[in-house]
Design a protein around this ligand. Structure first.
Ligand code: NAP
Length: 450
């Protein structure tokens, strides 16, 4: 069977930085598919290849990469695409087409209708199967997500639709489930009896000025909270699934999302210089901090604090699960600072279990000591990148790393108050934590782990 990935947004940031390296890796590993990149930035294939690829790009991948100048505003584009596809299909008998939409969400509706038009004018003599891959965020809000889905369903079955949240392809996410459900010691303490609070921190150092036009429509809530952060929360708090099938995992994730109570405490800000370089100041939030609760039997009452955004001093992503300290009365040690699990996601993947142990030469003075798992030291530096795992699953038709439509719908419902708020957006100096993040910690009597 011949597989062709039709890459909408084939000249964009995502394609160049993440998708082509993933395709190259998979082709090196023996997967066989052709990539047809679509875009407007380059007129010819030669121009595209010389402008986008680096010297070390593998020849095997280059042979599989093709380009078509494609402007979605031009009504003749679908015809051009179908004749290019006929050329690529040639006399193959069995063909799989994977339409990959790496576009800003506002272009999805148009892209889907052009795909339908392309399909209709292709009339190949082969057996055609199809898949469609849609980048996050899926939609712009609850209403548009439902509308996009309805449009997708006019041309594809749910089995053929892959909605991306590439965090699900990250090793730490899959490890969260193994850690929680394959270790009795963790399983027995992973609930409201033992956990005091959970922190999720996602700080990035870069800004968005290069992609301002795109980001100003998106903002921090659509960029990370509606998808990555809520997915992490489902993995941290879901019940053990009946099996590891995508369907059984999705059932448990939906239960978590449905149990998230309306977010009442949230704050947003934007970095001071947003848009200054382009002379186009916008009031799009680039940072948010919030508190939420998952109101299930095992997790009700545990506050989950989230802090995420751009232009911070250090790039740090971590999850800190803090355990209760009910031993204070016995040990008479108020200085006990941390007893928990710390999952460091960036800059490197480590999992620490922190315990309080006796400091030598003291009289019963304890000190937090960390026991560390380091992904690279234990398993080597060959863990596949998230997009490689994601694309591999798409090729295999395995939906285990893709959020279901129900999860996406629930996630939009949860963030709606943040999207519709009239709260003022605090302006924060670059490389500085917004004041509201510090205040959230003070008001809730905790300290950010980093
Ligand atoms: N960048 C990332 O790291 C990243 C990570 C995760 C998810 N995503 C998601 O991936 C999607 C794309 O993001 P991106 O960062 O790659 O955006 P981007 O760099 O702005 O690229 C947008 C792409 O859309 C194409 N495009 C725009 N208008 C078009 C038109 N009228 N006709 C044909 N093509 C058109 C552009 O082609 P030309 O420039 O050639 O016209 C370009 O290839 C978004 O949904 C984003 O949320 C991105």
């Amino acid at each position: 069977m011949k597989t062709i990935i039709i890459q909408f947004g084939g000249t964009g940031d995502l394609a160049l930085k993440k998708l082509y390296p993933a395709y190259e890796q998979l082709i090196n590993k023996g997967y066989d598919f052709t990539v047809l990149a679509l875009g407007r930035r380059y007129t010819t294939k030669e121009e595209f290849l010389t402008s986008t690829l680096h010297e070390e790009t593998n020849k095997g991948f280059l042979d599989k990469l093709d380009y078509l100048y494609y402007d979605m505003k031009d009504v003749t584009s679908p015809k051009k695409l179908s004749s290019k596809m006929k050329e690529l299909i040639n006399d193959e008998k069995e063909v799989e087409l994977i339409y990959y939409l790496a576009l800003q969400p506002s272009l999805y509706e148009e892209a889907i209708s052009q795909i339908q038009e392309t399909d209709a004018s292709m009339d190949c003599l082969c057996t055609l199967t199809k898949k469609i891959v849609v980048e996050k965020p899926f939609g712009f809000d609850l209403e548009s997500a439902k509308r996009y889905n309805a449009i997708l369903q006019t041309a594809f079955t749910d089995k053929e639709i892959f909605r991306i949240d590439h965090y699900l392809g990250k090793e730490f996410m899959q490890n969260l489930l193994i850690m929680r459900f394959h270790n009795d010691i963790i399983r027995s303490i992973w609930d409201k009896d033992s956990i005091e609070s959970i922190q999720i921190v996602f700080d990035e150092t870069h800004g968005v000025d290069q992609r301002l036009g795109f980001y100003e429509q998106i903002g921090v809530v659509r960029d990370t909270i509606q998808n990555h952060i809520l997915q992490i929360i489902t993995y941290l708090t879901m019940n053990e699934p009946a099996s590891l099938s995508p369907e059984d995992i999705a059932v448990e994730k939906v239960k978590v999302l449905r149990a998230i109570t309306p977010i009442e405490e949230f704050h947003m800000g934007r970095y001071e210089s947003l848009g200054v370089n382009s002379g186009h100041i916008v009031d799009t939030p680039t940072y948010a901090a919030l508190r939420l609760y998952v109101n299930t039997y095992f997790f009700a009452g545990i506050p989950i604090f989230v802090r995420t955004g751009k232009m911070q001093k250090d790039a740090k992503s971590l999850i800190y699960v803090k355990f209760k300290n009910t031993t204070k009365q016995v040990m008479h040690d108020d200085s006990i600072a941390e007893n928990g699990v710390i999952i460091n996601i960036h800059p490197e993947l480590t999992i620490d279990i922190s315990m309080n142990l006796k400091e030598p030469n003291t009289s019963w003075k304890s000190k937090p000591v960390r026991f560390r798992f380091n992904q690279t030291e234990t398993f080597g530096a060959n863990t596949p990148e998230a997009y490689e795992q994601i694309v591999q699953k798409i090729l295999q038709g395995d939906k285990s790393l893709f959020p279901s439509m129900r999860e996406i719908t629930e996630s939009w419902r949860i963030v709606t108050p943040m999207l519709e708020t009239n709260l003022p957006i605090e302006v924060y100096p670059v490389r500085t934590l917004p004041r509201f993040a510090t205040k959230l910690a003070a008001d809730n009597e905790f300290q950010w782990f980093v």
